[in-house]
Design a protein around this ligand. Structure first.
Ligand SMILES: [Zn+2]
Length: 269
C-alpha cells in the first residue's frame, strides 16, 4: 500500500517529469473509485495551469489556477506516465488520464479501487483535508506536541501515532519501526509515555520516513526506465515482519485495531 514516502516519491517524480504545466484535457475512463469521479472535472480543469504539486498526508495535491485536485492512491493506485502509442490500450483498471499540453500523459490505474480524485475550490474545508493533523516532517510535530496528545489517554501509543487527526502519514509499518527505534512497546498506554519517550518517538518517526523517502528516490528511477511506472518499494525493516530481533529474542506480533504490531519484549518497554 502506498504510504507517505511513496506518495512523496510520486509527487517528486511528477514534478520532475512535467515540462508544460497546462492541462489540455482530462478523460474519465472508469469513474468507479472509492467515491465516483465527478463528471464535471474534465470541464473545470481544461486549460488550467498546474501551479504547484505537493503532498498533504497521503494526498497528492495539484493546485490549479482556481482550485485543487486531491488525489489519493488508496491501496493500489498507480500514476503512470504513458506515451501516445499506449492511448489505445486501456485496461479495465485504468480510471482517468490527465493530458498536458506538452503531450505528457498521466494515467491513473487502481486494481482495488480504493483511491479517489476530487476537485475543490477551497482545500482547507474539504472533508478529506480539514481534520488532518500536522505533517510528521514539520517542525510543529515534535515530542512536546505528542506528549500533549498523550495526556490522559488510555489508547495504545501505536494507535495514537497512526491516527490521521493526530499526525498524518504514519502507516502501520512505519509506526512499528519508529516504536522499535524509540524502545516503546506498541500497546503501551499513551498516558504512561513520558516526554522524553515522546521526544524519541517524534524523532524516530521523522527518521524512518526520511530514510524511506531517500530509498524511494533510487528505486523509482530504476522502475521508470523499465515501464514508466513509479513503483512502491520494499526496504530493509528492523522489526516489522521480522522473526528475530537484533538482540536475539523472538519478535512478538500482536493485533492492535486489527493491524499486525511487531515488537521485541526485551528491547521495548
Ligand atoms: Zn530485541
Amino acid at each position: 500500500m502506498p504510504e507517505l514516502p511513496e506518495v512523496e516519491t510520486v509527487v517528486n517524480a511528477i514534478n520532475k517529469s512535467l515540462k508544460s504545466m497546462t492541462i489540455g484535457k482530462f478523460i474519465i475512463m472508469n469513474s468507479k473509485l472509492r467515491w465516483d469521479i465527478n463528471k464535471n472535472i474534465p470541464d473545470v480543469v481544461k486549460n488550467k495551469n498546474i501551479q504547484n504539486i505537493y503532498r498533504r498526508g497521503k494526498h497528492i495535491i495539484l493546485r490549479l489556477d482556481d482550485g485543487y485536485l486531491i488525489i489519493h492512491l488508496g491501496m493500489t493506485g498507480i500514476i503512470k506516465f504513458i506515451g501516445q502509442m499506449d492511448l489505445n490500450s486501456i485496461g479495465k483498471h485504468d480510471h482517468y488520464e490527465i493530458h498536458l499540453k506538452d503531450k505528457t500523459i498521466l494515467r491513473y490505474n487502481d486494481v482495488r479501487k480504493f483511491g479517489s480524485i476530487h476537485w475543490v475550490k477551497n482545500l482547507k474545508d474539504h472533508f478529506l483535508i480539514k481534520n488532518l493533523g500536522p505533517e510528521p516532517l514539520s517542525q510543529e510535530f515534535d515530542g512536546e506536541y505528542l506528549k500533549n496528545k498523550c495526556r490522559n489517554r488510555n489508547t495504545a501509543i501505536k494507535n495514537l501515532i497512526m491516527n490521521q487527526n493526530i499526525v498524518v502519514g504514519v502507516g502501520n509499518i512505519y509506526a512499528c519501526e519508529a516504536l522499535f527505534l524509540s524502545s516503546i512497546r506498541p500497546h503501551r498506554k499513551c498516558k504512561y509515555v513520558t516526554l522524553k519517550q515522546c521526544d524519541e518517538l517524534a524523532k524516530s518517526i521523522k527518521f524512518v520516513l526520511k530514510k524511506s523517502i531517500k530509498s524511494g528516490g533510487t528505486t523509482l528511477k530504476d522502475f521508470k526506465t523499465l515501464d514508466g511506472t513509479p513503483g512502491y518499494f520494499k526496504q530493509k525493516l528492523m522489526i516489522y515482519g521480522c522473526d528475530i530481533c537484533k538482540c536475539g529474542t523472538m519478535v512478538k506480533n500482536i493485533k492492535l485495531s486489527g493491524r499486525s504490531s511487531f515488537y521485541c519484549s526485551i528491547c521495548q518497554k
